[in-house]
Design a protein around this ligand. Sequence first.
Ligand SMILES: CC(C)(COP(=O)(O)OP(=O)(O)OC[C@H]1O[C@@H](n2cnc3c(N)ncnc32)[C@H](O)[C@@H]1OP(=O)(O)O)[C@@H](O)C(=O)NCCC(=O)NCCS
Length: 170
Amino acid sequence: MIRIRKAKFEEVLAVRQLAIEVYTDTFATQNTKANMDAFFTESYSIEKFNSEFNEPDSVLYVAVDDLKIIGFLRLRRHNEVDGQLGKNHIELQRLYIHRDYQGGEASRLLMEEALNYAKQRNFEWLWLGVWEKNFRAQKFYARWGFEKFSEHIFHMGEDPQTDWLLKLKL
Ligand SMILES: CC(C)(COP(=O)(O)OP(=O)(O)OC[C@H]1O[C@@H](n2cnc3c(N)ncnc32)[C@H](O)[C@@H]1OP(=O)(O)O)[C@@H](O)C(=O)NCCC(=O)NCCS
């Protein structure tokens, strides 16, 4: 049975490992190894994951099957979209499910947790960035009612990629 709970600091390494595995599964066929490696070095270092865990106004949830972490979700405050959404918003920064659990209940349970967290704190918007070619994730977010409101450029190594910015009114 899958349960959702807040991550513990000592689980950050396992979360990072899962992030790299799911990221590789999802994006390796459409990106060069050099760009993926550069991205991991820059954005997925152990130091980065550790410091993100301690960032104020952020939260890391894990989906656990027995004792195994099979998915996670991170929410944080970020002012990037203040111009479009005002000040009362929270970002769904990462949502990753192990391939064996995609298409199951883990993604729904994590999204419900994110919505509960955001609503309890009276945020007006939940928003996120998704790669324009990540069709599976786009379909998933559309099912939850997210709508595109903008775009930004995201650097995967040397490759500038377009992310769609999606918002959900809470
Ligand atoms: C994105 C993610 C969290 C969604 O969770 P999930 O459990 O896989 O989601 P679901 O299976 O419930 O929904 C995905 C939908 O896309 C469909 N789909 C599956 N493969 C697809 C593909 N290659 N292209 C387009 N749609 C696809 C599914 O059939 C499903 O459609 P439905 O809404 O009609 O049922 C999960 O797939 C994941 O972790 N992906 C890898 C990491 C990632 O991309 N994270 C998001 C970054 S913004």
